[in-house]
Design a protein around this ligand. Structure first.
Ligand code: NAD
Length: 366
C-alpha cells in the first residue's frame, strides 16, 4: 500500500479554472489545508468561503509562503503565471501551473532555470492529456500498435463567444498560443524525442479582426519533425457564437507505418436541445438552446462534483504529491518547447516565411 502524505495547497488565481481546482483540492482526501489568493480580494474571499479554505488573501506570497502550504496551483491569467511560479519555487513548494507555461520564451526559460536551481517539482496543466480518448490513444501508441508515426493531422474549432473571453483577458492568449498548444502538447507526448524542426503557417483574417482584435479567423500550420514526419495542425475559433459546442471541437489523426488512430472529438454523440437555455461553462451570461454535451474542455459539474479532464488531472497531481506515484502531467521542459513551437507558428504567419526551430532559434527568440 502506498504511503499517503497529507498536504497543504494554495490556489493562486480564483477565476474560472482556479475555482474548479480549489473545489477539487478541497475534496481530495490528502489535502488537509487550503488557501486561496487573487488580485481581487473579494473573489479570493468568495472562493475561500465556498471551499472552506482557511486563508484568503490578495497577496500571493502570503498564501505561497504559508508554513502549512506544500504545493501551489497557479491559475492566474496567462501573462501573470511567471511571478507566482518563481515565488513558489523559491519557497520550495511543488507547483502546478496552467498552460501555457508563459507567453514569452524568456519567462519560460527563467522558470526552467529556477526549477533546476531549486531542484523542485513543477508540472503544467495540459488537461487534454487526461481526456479518456487521448489517454487511451497514448497507451496504444506506446504499445506500438500504429508503428512508427509518419504523419499527424489535427484541427481544433471553437466559437467567437469563447475567443473574445480569451482575448479580452489577454491579447497574447490567441487560439494558437492558448489552445492549439494542447495539440502541440499531444504531438510531443505521442511522438517523444522527435522535436519539431521546421514550421510553415498561414492565417486568414476575418470577423475576429473586424471586431478590433489582432487575431486571424483561421490558422493552418505544417510542421516537420526531426525524423521527417509531417504534421498538419489547424485552428479556427471563428465559429458562430451559438454553435452548439460549449468548448472545443476537435479531430486528431495519427498515421503510422503499421496502423492509424483516429480520434473524433467533435462531441456530436450527445445532443441536448431545450427551450430552457443551457449555460456555457466558460462564457458568462451566454446560453445556447442546442448543445453538444461533453464539449466543455475542462469537464462538467454533475451530482455536486466536477468530472472530466481537469478533475482527473488535478486528482492525478495531488495523488502524485501525496503518494509519490508517477503522473502524466506535462513537464516544464516539454511546456517550454511547446511555447517555442506555437510562437514559431505565429512568427511564420506574420513573416510569411518558414521558421527553422533549433535551440539557437529558441534562444534568439528569447
Ligand atoms: N485546463 C483547462 O481546461 C483550462 C481551460 C481554460 C483556461 N485554462 C487556463 O487557466 C488559466 C486561467 O484561466 P481562467 O479562464 O480561469 O481565467 P480567469 O480570467 O477566469 O481567471 C484568472 C484569475 O486570475 C486573477 N489574477 C490575474 N492576475 C493575478 C495575479 N497577478 N495574482 C493573483 N491573481 C491574479 C484574476 O483576478 C482572475 O480571477 C489560464 O492560463 C488559461 O489558459 C485552462
Amino acid at each position: 500500500m502506498p504511503q499517503h502524505r497529507q498536504i497543504g495547497v494554495a490556489v493562486v488565481g480564483a477565476g474560472r479554472i482556479g475555482a474548479m481546482r480549489a473545489h477539487l483540492a478541497a475534496a481530495h482526501p490528502a489535502v488537509r489545508f487550503l488557501a486561496v489568493s487573487d488580485a481581487d480580494p473579494a473573489r479570493a474571499r468568495a472562493l475561500a468561503d465556498k471551499t472552506q479554505a482557511r486563508v484568503s488573501s490578495a497577496d500571493n506570497l502570503e498564501v505561497i509562503s504559508h508554513p502549512e502550504v506544500d504545493a501551489v496551483i497557479v491559475s492566474t491569467s496567462e501573462h501573470e503565471h511567471t511571478a507566482p511560479v518563481l515565488q513558489a519555487l523559491e519557497c520550495g513548494k511543488a507547483v502546478l501551473v496552467e498552460k501555457p507555461i508563459a507567453l514569452e520564451l524568456e519567462d519560460a526559460s527563467r522558470i526552467l532555470a529556477a526549477l533546476e536551481a531549486s531542484r523542485g517539482n513543477l508540472r503544467v496543466g495540459y488537461s487534454r492529456r487526461f481526456k479518456r480518448r487521448y489517454l487511451t490513444a497514448k497507451e496504444q501508441v506506446k504499445l506500438g500498435r500504429v508503428g512508427k508515426i509518419v504523419g499527424i493531422s489535427a484541427r481544433l474549432y471553437n466559437t467567437r463567444a469563447q475567443v473574445y473571453q480569451m482575448l479580452n483577458r489577454n491579447p497574447g492568449a490567441t487560439p494558437v498560443v492558448d489552445s492549439l498548444t494542447y495539440y502541440v502538447d499531444l504531438l510531443g507526448w505521442y511522438a517523444p524525442d522527435n522535436p519539431v524542426v521546421e514550421v510553415s503557417a498561414w492565417g486568414q483574417a476575418g470577423t475576429i479582426r473586424a471586431r478590433g482584435y489582432d487575431c486571424d479567423d483561421v490558422t493552418w500550420a505544417i510542421l516537420r519533425l526531426a525524423d521527417g514526419a509531417i504534421v498538419n495542425l489547424g485552428v479556427s475559433f471563428a465559429f458562430p457564437d451559438h454553435y452548439p459546442s460549449l468548448g472545443y471541437s476537435g479531430r486528431f489523426e495519427i498515421l503510422g507505418t503499421e496502423g492509424v488512430l483516429v480520434i473524433d472529438d467533435d462531441h456530436l454523440d450527445q445532443l441536448l436541445c431545450t427551450e430552457h437555455g443551457i449555460p456555457h461553462i466558460y462564457v458568462p451570461d451566454h446560453t445556447v438552446n442546442m448543445a453538444f454535451l461533453g464539449s466543455s474542455a475542462p469537464g462538467d459539474w454533475a451530482e455536486g462534483d466536477f468530472w472530466g479532464p481537469l478533475a482527473s488531472e488535478t486528482r492525478a497531481w495531488l495523488d502524485h504529491l501525496s503518494t509519490g506515484r508517477p503522473c502524466a502531467l506535462t513537464t516544464a521542459a516539454e511546456a517550454r518547447n511547446n511555447l517555442a513551437v506555437t510562437l514559431a507558428i505565429e512568427h511564420a504567419v506574420a513573416s510569411g516565411k518558414p521558421v527553422k526551430l533549433s535551440p539557437a532559434w529558441a534562444s534568439a527568440a528569447a
